[in-house]
Design a protein around this ligand. Structure first.
Ligand code: FAD
Length: 288
């Protein structure tokens, strides 16, 4: 089995210390030659300027292919397209186009006046600019707002038909969840690549809470495994082993590219990549 292609998600730093952490993460993971790296857009549109600055700086300083996340939340169509234009001016050619979640304090997404009503409208507008390759989110465990699993897949098809060329999934815990979803997408006529989103488990309690918010079911065996590992102080070892195993199962099932949610902490992602045979590419200047 040959090594997979990899890509990494980062979030924009909110202060100086976080900037150093992001840069350390980039320096650690860049030698693994990612296909692209992506930068999130804070919930509720809260990191609009930070995302724009982080994307521009990363693109300029790292030489990596950077995909910028963009949501419809709390902005008019004009404001959202202006940010997309800023991304394009910074040299960015890939956008992860999302509807986004409701801002804090609201229980469901409602478009702001003059804003995009949903992700399909945003994708259509971005596609019309002709400036971007568009990626979108996908939900193997079903999005909490989806009427059914089929409705989720129909909506993903609508997003691809609107101009997206690739989907990245929400994280999931078992390879079969992804395979089932991939099969259903094929049956629905979706031919765009679907990139599994992999969340290395840095902290089980945090991951569990996050899964609950995203509507991602947590298998009982995983709860039991982390309870035992935490008792023995071996959570890191378990997290590396489980994540490597999940990725290996995906690769054995034909997956050739993996997208890691790094949470700006590079060590676990790096160790998993190494275990999968993704090793640092030596820069020419280092061997000459
Ligand atoms: P959509 O796919 O548009 O909608 C989610 C589901 O709701 C659909 O699958 C469908 O079942 C249903 N639905 C929604 N609208 C309709 C409609 N009009 N008709 C029928 N069904 C509908 N959030 C951030 O704030 N910032 C980020 O940077 C960010 N990055 C993400 C990256 C990835 C890869 C993923 C998977 C998620 C990310 N999120 C981010 C979270 C995302 O914003 C939430 O999951 C949000 O609730 C849905 O956004 P979406 O664009 O995927 O939604």
């Amino acid at each position: 089995m040959s090594a997979p292609k990899v890509s990494f998600e980062f979030f924009p730093p909110q202060n100086l210390e976080a900037s150093f952490r992001l840069w350390d993460t980039v320096q650690t993971l860049a030698p693994l030659d990612p296909t692209f790296v992506s930068v999130t857009y804070g919930a509720g549109g809260t990191t609009r300027d930070l995302t724009r600055d982080a994307v521009a700086t990363l693109h300029k300083s790292s030489g990596l292919n950077v995909a910028a996340h963009l949501t419809c939340v709390n902005a008019t169509r004009e404001e959202t397209l202006k940010i997309a234009d800023d991304f394009a001016k910074a040299g960015v050619t890939e956008i992860v186009a999302l509807r986004g979640d409701a801002p804090k304090g609201q229980d469901r997404f409602t478009p702001c006046e003059g804003g995009f009503a949903n992700s399909v409208e945003l994708i259509e507008a971005l596609a019309d600019t002709g400036k971007f390759k568009i990626k979108v989110g996908a939900y193997p465990d079903r999005h909490p707002e989806a009427a059914s699993s089929n409705a989720d897949i129909d909506w993903l098809k609508a997003k691809i038909d609107a101009g997206a060329s690739e989907a990245i999934t929400q994280f999931f815990f078992e390879a079969d969840t992804f395979f089932r979803f991939r099969d259903d997408c094929v049956k629905a006529g979706i031919t765009a690549p679907i990139l599994p989103g992999i969340l290395p488990i840095e902290n089980w309690k945090g991951t569990r809470n996050f899964a609950k918010r995203c509507g991602t079911p947590v298998p009982t065996w995983l709860d039991d495994a982390f309870e035992k590992a935490e008792r023995d102080g071996r959570s890191d070892l378990l997290a590396t082993a489980l994540c490597t195993e999940l990725c290996s199962e995906l690769m054995a099932g034909g997956v050739d590219a993996l997208h890691f949610y790094t949470l700006n902490r590079p060590e676990l992602t790096r160790d998993v990549c190494h275990a999968l045979g993704v090793t640092p590419k030596l820069a020419l200047q280092n061997v000459a």
